[in-house]
Design a protein around this ligand. Structure first.
Ligand SMILES: [Fe+2]
Length: 390
């Protein structure tokens, strides 16, 4: 028996080695092809990414392909994550210019006192948290792009799509943006999804909205101009919209990383996803807590209603504002006991790459972007979702 077991183990190792050799060949072939594609590059190496030029200039893309070079699927996952982190950085930058702290870590803008005052109704430290979330996203895309370049793969660059308008409110920079925060349709079903004890989106379940009005119109999450700074309940509604939007964005990251991690082959790439993903969840947990402090009100300008989530017809465990930790629910199979988990996490499911792009598009983040932008983002997402561990 022991001998057979050893032989079987040897067979497995041999099989693994043969597979590795095949992988290396296809990887090199892919990287050579990648070099050609990069020449046509809509998303090419370089601009705006500290250090990547140093890592890539003058070297054929496959020159760095040694024992540490990456499989096609791992490159696809990292490239999609780089794109998402660039887009997150762009939206967080806009929030920071008006509502955060502008300093050497997150430069740009000069703040809007009425907006900051309204954000502080959610928490006195909102400006600091917005700043820190922004800095984290900058570091995420910069790191992932530098890592890709170090492995001879193309970093992601979306600079050509930086054409959307800035807020005209005092405090915002006047520069081109990648994302829109002035006409948002915020899906707030994450609120009830994480409170459900019996449902899980990976089982096909759907969830009701916490703020139905926010999911059924288009609303600004930053002041569009100084005319948005009053009356008080209007700028409060804008700040509260931001509060729920923060949760929407970061819960997306919380599901995206574990969904994609299951397709990763290389252990170091897996370590990257397992180390960045929980930071998205740390952000989300903070925003989940703050959104619950949004006061009940009706925006006197556009009629947007923020209900009292602790009173009828809301209230109870599905809406109670201090229930900010995930309730145990079904996972993998109904035969198992319920468990407290991030959900969804099914590979290629409603928390995967394609679903994330779809959700962000429905959110209105990309209003004004040309068809080419969606083609590129969708292509990156499909490639990330189909990556398979092996
Ligand atoms: Fe991030």
């Amino acid at each position: 028996m022991e001998h057979n077991a050893q032989q079987s183990q040897k067979d497995k190792i041999m099989k693994h080695k043969v597979q590795q050799s095949k992988d290396t060949t296809s990887r090199r072939s892919f990287l050579r092809k990648g070099l050609v594609v990069a020449g046509a590059g809509v998303i090419g190496a370089g601009a705006g990414v500290t250090g990547t030029e140093l890592l890539t200039n003058g070297l054929p893309a496959f020159a760095a392909a040694g024992s540490s070079s990456l499989k096609q699927g791992d490159v696809a996952i990292l490239r999609f994550l780089a794109a998402i982190e660039i887009l997150e950085t762009d939206l967080w930058q806009q929030y920071n210019e008006l509502g955060g702290i502008q300093d050497s870590e997150v430069p740009g803008g000069s703040g809007s006192a009425p907006y900051i005052k309204a954000l502080q109704v959610l928490d006195g430290d909102m400006s600091q948290y917005i700043h820190d979330n922004t800095e984290d996203e900058i570091s995420h895309f910069t790191f992932i792009n530098a890592y890709l370049a170090s492995k001879g793969a193309d970093p992601v660059n979306l600079e050509k799509f930086r054409t959307l308008p800035s807020s005209q409110a005092t405090g915002a920079q006047q520069i081109g943006r990648l994302t829109n925060l002035m006409q948002l349709t915020v899906d707030t079903s994450w609120w009830t999804r994480l409170r459900s004890r019996t449902k899980n989106p990976d089982f096909g379940d759907t969830f009701v909205q916490a703020i139905p009005g926010l999911s059924a119109g288009q609303f600004p999450a930053i002041p569009r101009h100084d005319g948005d700074l009053a009356p008080t309940d209007h700028i409060q509604a804008i700040a509260s919209t931001a509060g729920f939007h923060f949760g929407f964005i970061e819960q997306g990251g919380s599901s995206l990383y574990p969904s994609l991690a299951q397709g990763v082959s290389n252990l170091e790439v897996l370590r990257i996803l397992l180390s960045i993903g929980p930071v998205e969840t740390a952000h989300f947990q903070t925003w989940h807590d703050k959104a619950g402090n949004a006061p009940a009100l009706t925006d006197p300008i556009n009629g947007l209603v923020f209900p009292n989530l602790n009173a009828s017809p809301f209230g109870g465990e599905d809406f109670q504002t201090n229930l900010i930790m995930p309730e145990p629910t079904i996972f993998l199979s109904r035969k198992f006991p319920v468990v407290s988990i991030i959900r969804p996490t099914e590979p290629g499911g409603s928390g995967g790459a394609v679903a994330t792009v779809k959700a962000w598009k429905a959110d209105g983040l990309f209003i004004g972007q040309p068809p080419e932008f969606f083609t590129i983002l969708h292509d990156l997402a499909v490639k990330a979702d189909v990556a398979q561990r092996g």
